[in-house]
Design a protein around this ligand. Sequence first.
Ligand SMILES: NC(=O)c1ccc[n+]([C@@H]2O[C@H](COP(=O)([O-])OP(=O)(O)OC[C@H]3O[C@@H](n4cnc5c(N)ncnc54)[C@H](O)[C@@H]3O)[C@@H](O)[C@H]2O)c1
Length: 263
Amino acid sequence: MSQKLCIIGLGFIGSEIIKYLDQFRNKIELSAAFDIDKKKMEEIAERYPKVRLMTSITDFDDCDIVIEAATQQVVKEIFSKIVKTEKIFIPMSIGAFITDKKIYSSYEALEKSKRQLIKFPSGAIGGFDAINSIKQIGILSAKLTTTKPPVVFREQRYIKENKIILSANKVTQVFSGNAREAAKAFPRSINVGARLALATLGPEETIVEVYTEPLIKKNTHEIEIYSEVGVYRFSFQNNPSPTNPKTSWLAALSILDVLDRID
Ligand SMILES: NC(=O)c1ccc[n+]([C@@H]2O[C@H](COP(=O)([O-])OP(=O)(O)OC[C@H]3O[C@@H](n4cnc5c(N)ncnc54)[C@H](O)[C@@H]3O)[C@@H](O)[C@H]2O)c1
């Protein structure tokens, strides 16, 4: 029998995944969906009449797998029910796992118990096979350097509050700190920092630097890891999604990889 999937958040990532779900026919079926945007719910009802329209973000009792593609706040609001009802959870707004201390400790306890309920997509980065191997010996330092066009950051609260001027001509450093501070400063744009932190040295020790570059067309992420095993550099130059310049296309596709690995 196929597993029932629900998707919370029908923006770029949510709607992109739905397009490709057919490949999992007989294994995973889209059973329910939710977005606060009524128009998006109407579109789903029209295009996928068999999909149940959820009444709230926690209306997922009849589902086996929950994908979150909305906001960090949504993760915070549904997480305790996810754990209590033992759903398989695929979150995109991974920053919530390091900005919310309760979620972080609950996640750590789940990891120790080896109950593999939480399945993080690699998102807009990758290299986690090598990172997991290196981890067995130990990681000395882990750093993420992200560069995006100024438009991604212009309206963000952190930029306004810190009166950061995003130059139209040259590279501007907009942030330097640890992964937890980065996820708080940019709740929508630096989920990759949280993803890297959870796979390496944790939210305090993982370093994040963020830059804007006026002429850049791609969202770039450079990862640098030092270990006794060696030095590792991964570089990702992602095309932004066709409909949301703030999101890398790869991020949506990474969910399909997680679904593919579910038994
Ligand atoms: N892990 C990663 O590498 C990575 C990469 C890109 C994006 N993301 C994150 O994934 C999430 C989705 O990204 P996106 O590009 O699809 O964004 P998007 O803005 O295109 O879509 C988000 C959708 O969520 C809906 N939404 C917002 N609040 C909601 C709520 N309370 N209940 C239900 N729906 C709600 C919005 O109406 C919108 O349709 C964001 O948090 C983004 O930061 C993570």
